[in-house]
Ligand binder design. Structure first.
Ligand SMILES: Cc1cc2nc3c(=O)[nH]c(=O)nc-3n(C[C@H](O)[C@H](O)[C@H](O)COP(=O)(O)OP(=O)(O)OC[C@H]3O[C@@H](n4cnc5c(N)ncnc54)[C@H](O)[C@@H]3O)c2cc1C
Length: 393
């Protein structure tokens, strides 16, 4: 990064936060980045890279110390997600699913026994987390989910199918939502946490066939009269929607931070290329139309970063729900990541499509972040409804 970009990137951070950024960036560039392309080529889930995270305390940035985590503040968590996503989208996803969706829900709604059972293992890297929300019929309209949970003696019988599920084949914790009464729509949605390896029958996990993004190893998770015990219930029956609301609020923050990392990576790759590549006897970075793209990329990245950091600061100041700001940060940063990948590819020309350069891979990764944790259409709608007063925080 150029000196001026470094200064902007560190905008208003404390000395500790700057130090976290420096340390995490150094770790990510040394221990993760050099290996990512190999996993991509081999379409292999990066278990060995994920195994390096606990020694740096990177699996528990939202988990309090009493459970073995390294919690300091929300903005620092965002910086960690940003810096890891700058080098690898899958490893960053492990951190954000574990901390925002799973650990966050456990801390807010879990019993002491549930917290003890899962949080220390998550922080140590012994338990990877997976969030089972999306269904074949749709991921946006979660109030209309088809999966069911039926109360039986000592527990619940789960039926239904979840698709696009990240980390499922490696997980020691499932955060699952299913309906206890489909007629009640969102008021029937119920959250569960359990170890999928302890489900004796009725649970199958298979590869979900993806055209791209293959090292993520997304799964289809199928439940057929799968029994989970009473202790798996998180909160109360029918109380899943507020849990999801809180989880997605923080989830959107961490996904937005990841998008800033991806947007920054596009810039980091494009700037030196523009100053090396020549056409018509000149560096292409000297052409106005290339400079326009560079300028747009810089502005987008900084706009997205400011929205994300502001949201982190609001959370650190104790604002419980910042749904409108979460939507704004998620919408703008995911669109910045996609557009920076497109502009970056244009700067690389045909070479963006070769295996020699990373920039082409970043486009599909960024695009997938425009779907996850709420699509752009959903966030546009939410932002407009908050602004119009149709919806309250
Ligand atoms: C790489 C990757 C990883 C993922 N990981 C996970 C995971 O770990 N766990 C998990 O549960 N899910 C995961 N997902 C799924 C993701 O969350 C869903 O794709 C997302 O929620 C959208 O759901 P859908 O694809 O079914 O689209 P749909 O809900 O079918 O929507 C289709 C289109 O219609 C639009 N639309 C829907 N409703 C409206 C409306 N009211 N107004 C305007 N437009 C609307 C949507 O914005 C979208 O453009 C992952 C997806 C990808 C690509």
């Amino acid at each position: 990064m150029s000196e001026s970009l470094e200064r902007m990137a560190d905008f208003d951070l404390s000395d500790e936060q700057r130090e976290v950024r420096r340390t995490v960036r150094e770790f990510a560039e040394k221990e993760i980045l050099p290996h990512v392309e190999r996993y991509e080529q081999e379409e292999r889930y990066p278990s060995e890279l994920i195994a390096k995270l606990p020694e740096m305390g990177l699996l528990g940035p939202m988990i309090p110390e009493e459970y073995g985590g390294s919690f300091s503040d929300v903005l620092t968590y965002g910086i960690i997600c940003e810096e890891i996503a700058r080098v690898d989208w899958v490893v960053a996803s492990v951190i954000s699913v574990a901390n925002s969706l799973c650990a966050g829900s456990l801390l807010n709604f879990g019993t002491d026994a549930q917290k003890e059972a899962f949080l220390p293992g998550i922080a140590k890297g012994e338990i990877l987390c997976s969030a089972c929300l999306t269904e074949p019929g749709g991921g946006t309209d979660l109030g209309n989910m088809q999966s069911t949970a039926k109360k039986v003696d000592g527990g619940w019988l789960i039926n239904g199918t979840k698709v696009f599920i990240s980390h499922a084949a490696h997980a020691g914790l499932f955060f699952l939502v299913a309906s206890v009464d489909r007629e009640k729509k969102h008021k029937g949605v119920t959250a569960f946490v359990f170890d999928p390896r302890q489900v004796e029958s009725g649970l199958s996990i298979r590869d979900f066939p993806m055209r791209t993004l293959k090292r993520d190893k997304l799964s289809e998770v199928h439940f057929e009269d799968a029994f989970i015990p009473d202790e798996a219930l998180l909160g109360k029956a029918g109380g899943g929607f507020p849990i999801l609301g809180g989880a997605l609020d923080t989830g959107r923050f961490s996904v937005a931070a990841r998008c800033v990392g991806q947007a920054q990576r596009c810039l980091d790759l494009a700037l030196p290329y523009a100053m090396e590549r020549e056409a018509f006897g000149e560096k292409i970075g000297g052409f106005q139309m290339i400079q326009q793209k560079v300028s747009d990329m810089v502005c987008r990245t900084e706009q997205a970063r400011l929205l994300v950091y502001r949201l982190g600061r609001m959370k650190d100041a104790g604002v419980q729900r910042a749904s409108m700001e979460s939507s704004m940060a998620k919408l703008c940063s995911s669109q910045a990541a996609v557009q920076n990948a497109l502009d970056g590819m244009q700067i690389f020309g045909g070479y963006s499509c070769t295996q020699e350069y990373e920039i082409g891979r970043l486009l599909m990764e960024a695009k997938s972040l425009e779907f996850g944790e709420g699509t752009s259409e959903l966030h546009n709608r939410l932002i407009a409804e908050f602004a119009l007063g149709i919806r309250k925080q």
